[in-house]
Design a protein around this ligand. Sequence first.
Ligand SMILES: Nc1ncnc2c1ncn2[C@@H]1O[C@H](COP(=O)(O)OP(=O)(O)OP(=O)(O)O)[C@@H](O)[C@H]1O
Ligand SMILES: [Mg+2]
Length: 634
Amino acid sequence: MTEPNHPPIIRELPDVLISQIAAGEVVERPASVVRELLDNALDAGAKQITLRLLGGGIRLIAVEDDGCGIPAPQLPIALKRHATSKIVSLEDLESVATMGFRGEALAAMNSVSEMSLLSRVEGAPSAFLLEGQTGEIRPAARAVGTTVEVKELFFSTPARRHFLKSENTELAHCMEAVRRHALARPEVSFAVWHEGKILEQWRSHPGEVGWNQRLADVLGEDFVTSSVNIDFRSGPVHVRGRAGTPDAARARADQQFAYVNGRFVRDKVITHGARSAYEDVLHGHRQPVYVLYLQMDPARVDVNVHPTKIEVRFRDSREVHQAMRHAIESALAVPRAQSISSSQALEQAAADTNTSNALRLTPSPNAPQMQRSWSQRGMSFETQRRNDDSAQALSDLKALWGEPPKVEEQANYFSSNGASSTAEASTSAPSTIQPSPETHEWPLGRAIAQLQGVYILAENSQGLVVVDMHAAHERIVYERLKQQLDTTQISSQPLLIPSAFAATPHEIATAESCTEVLAQLGLEISALSAKTLAVRAVPTSLAQGDAVELARSVLAELAQHDAATVVQRAQNEILATMACHGAVRANRKLTLDEMNALLRQMEATDRSDQCNHGRPTWRQVSMRELDALFLRGR
Ligand SMILES: Nc1ncnc2c1ncn2[C@@H]1O[C@H](COP(=O)(O)OP(=O)(O)OP(=O)(O)O)[C@@H](O)[C@H]1O
Ligand SMILES: [Mg+2]
């Protein structure tokens, strides 16, 4: 027997249930409670925050602050949904400077835990305690500030409690939330206790020193010593902070902290911008490390797009991407050797290139071919270069640089091709200043020998410097080519017989809308029919490759990224291959003068600490390390 098909009855949910459902968005686990309570304490102007946890935060999270407090009559209101002191209108939301603005967090916690608020404001006769369950208020003892206790999270919603992980895992998540806040606010002291034992204590120190100290406290000394300072303005975006050098990169992306107007965010635009800054110097899938603070007019970013506020939406994501990329890129460009004693190095480089029988930079056309795949650096040009490309690449190099200069011209040749500051130094001081080698300290030292045709050994004040000569020279050639290409176009070669291929509507649309960009890349691709594209010209250096494959991968890139990024990446990729062919080969004998010239060029070349594939180009072996090898006490 079948029942008649009555529609189900629509009922209003009870308030408690409404709150519990809404709470699911804000409070997912103990770490979410920690995040919200720390936000509140910081919004209240706290300078000292203490966090006490039991059972990984599942049994208790208590946050104590010395902020402004909550007046007794307002305590019950603070626990209500949609009750906030932080905004009053929609316009306020557009310029919100506080972490909180929804008036949801305390209400959400109150609906899924046993909660209490203890607070005292300046001038009040005592503190007051509010029990969240009963709504009862009574006087209590406490200095000015607030203590929020959240006990037995999800006790009333066992299904959700089951989703929690082990106490250790939840504790780790809580600690991550504290780290994010601690890195954002070095002027605030933090202490964390678990099960009655102190886990972390980060004191505040004033100014820049305090900020570096906080980075070291939270991320370790290594983070500070192996990162560079960033302070970069790009249009309306100001990026400050520190970015790790390529060799500080990690297997996991667990040290990437980005803040927008003081708020920790996980954002694709930011991550991608940072990642692209490392493209040229980072090996394979290594993850860069950074702590970066982006400041911009709050009206340029919408913070009200995600229940936990971890995502934001930028009015102009392109400007944020550019700012991130350029901020990191420009800071990383300065090689370590240069930052040690840049002025000294440049001065000497000028004098040196004027006197030495400098290294010939144009490669020998008989150099053995080095195979290299386009995808090696994570790019989407899958074309494997053929052997006969190398001759072309070499002639391209010559076209860019001209024939190697005569010995007497080499000084000029070096300086005009080298870093601009070198050029200035050399023209202003042709051969007058020549510090004696003994009195001058080079960051990368004086060459003493060549090892097995692969390494240059040099001596500096700290000990031994070992340089991978091919890797180092490759970078120098590459950077030089990039500089030149800023003003020249990639040369293009028409195909005798255009290569036609069946294309998707998407590919055809991209090809038609990007003719100019394609031309910049030396490519000419046009539609033959509604379903066919023809490649009519390719970059000269890739003339021997698979034109269709090249066209497809470039179109795919163009569809995904903005044109400027694609042009830059493709150019860099082509140049990197050319540089690889152009760099000195292993097993080539170099004179001491040639070796010294290479060292001086490294000191003056951007990004010279890494080769084009992200491997280091040089290492320092200190006297201490050498002594240790020989068990020699000093
Ligand atoms: N530690 C604190 N010190 C002083 N006032 C506080 C503190 N915590 C909460 N409050 C007050 O209680 C109100 C409600 O806090 P709640 O966290 O629920 O909302 P919010 O911070 O305004 O917004 P959001 O839901 O986005 O966090 C706050 O607006 C603030 O006035
Ligand atoms: Mg809040």
